[in-house]
Design a protein around this ligand. Structure first.
Ligand code: NAD
Length: 275
């Protein structure tokens, strides 16, 4: 594997892309701590791992600096080092537009969503950087098509993911040359992504939107419109960016794994539809 002997900490590792990255890192030879809010989801990820001895669950909230410091300490206790931090825990606003929000909903959902999506990434980096300096490790943030383009969320989610892009670049500068900081900008994935409680969306999952999209539904308007939405198919770029051998000179960059949204055409989504 590309990550033999590496130790990683993944926030929001109990489901979705976080769980898929954790499992992939184990397959590449790493040991992984999955941190998240839901103890049952984390336990299931560890139990289903191909090597449960190289996976460890820590319950905690990424809005809490103490919980993140605890997760880093437990990582060192259990696996003796930290090479890779993956700030990933997040929530979505289900594309709720400005004009569909009351001022009160906007204010409360902004505070709730930014606390997880932005402050959660910043606090994770703050808790982990001293250990990452020791190993010349790296940070790989889960970013989004919404870090670059509109309509992947409403204004609150899009602003939060643009903020994470800025955070990634700023920290790449501040932590160089010891720690590399990069991102993987994922496109639509069939996961358990939830919404803010302040919009009554805490129990709604993006998976229901994928389930509703029947086989006769129009494909998403992206060039690779038949590409996978299984989070496991999005994990390769995390491995690449984690590996010192494969990407030692790469920092401050986002790899877009989004079906080519940036090369969408004007007249049709893909110019090769007739091929
Ligand atoms: P997911 O809900 O399956 O995974 C997120 C995990 O974070 C969950 O296990 C959840 O319990 C955990 N979490 C939420 N709030 C937390 C908190 N305060 N403290 C600790 N853990 C918390 O959804 P996912 O799609 O895998 O989301 C992971 C990341 O991927 C998010 O940052 C999301 O914005 C991003 N993303 C998702 C998509 C998509 O289409 N699903 C697209 C682009 C980017």
């Amino acid at each position: 594997g590309w990550l033999e002997g590496y130790v990683a900490l993944v926030t929001g590792g109990g489901s979705g892309i976080g769980a898929a990255v954790a499992e992939r890192f184990v397959a590449e030879g790493a040991s992984v701590v999955v941190m998240g809010r839901d103890q049952d989801k984390l336990a299931a990820v560890v139990k289903s791992s191909t090597d449960p001895d190289r996976m460890h669950a820590v319950a905690g909230d990424v809005c809490s600096a103490d919980d993140l410091a605890g997760a880093v300490a437990e990582t060192i206790d259990r696996f003796a080092r930290l090479d890779t931090l993956v700030p990933n825990a997040g929530m979505w606003d289900f594309q709720r537009q400005l004009t569909k929000l009351t001022a009160d909903e906007l204010s409360r959902s902004f505070d709730e969503l930014f606390a997880v999506n932005v402050k959660g990434y910043l606090l994770a980096a703050h808790a982990a950087w001293p250990e990452l300096v020791k190993t010349r490790g790296s940070i790989i943030m889960t970013l989004s098509n919404a870090s670059f383009y509109v309509n992947g969320g409403g204004p609150v989610y899009t602003a939060s993911k643009h903020a994470c892009l800025g955070l990634m670049r700023e920290l790449a500068y501040e932590l160089a040359p010891k720690v590399r900081v990069n991102g993987v900008a994922c496109g639509g994935m069939n996961t358990d992504l939830r919404g803010p409680a302040s919009l009554d969306l805490a129990d709604r999952s993006i998976a229901t939107a994928f389930a509703k999209r029947g086989s006769d539904a129009p494909p998403p308007p992206i060039p690779l419109h038949d590409s996978s939405t299984d989070p496991r198919d999005f994990t390769g770029s995390y491995v690449l960016l984690a590996s010192r051998e494969q990407s030692g000179p790469i920092t401050g960059q986002a790899i877009s794994v989004d079906g080519g949204m940036g090369v969408r055409g004007f007249r049709s989504d893909a110019g090769g539809n007739h091929l």
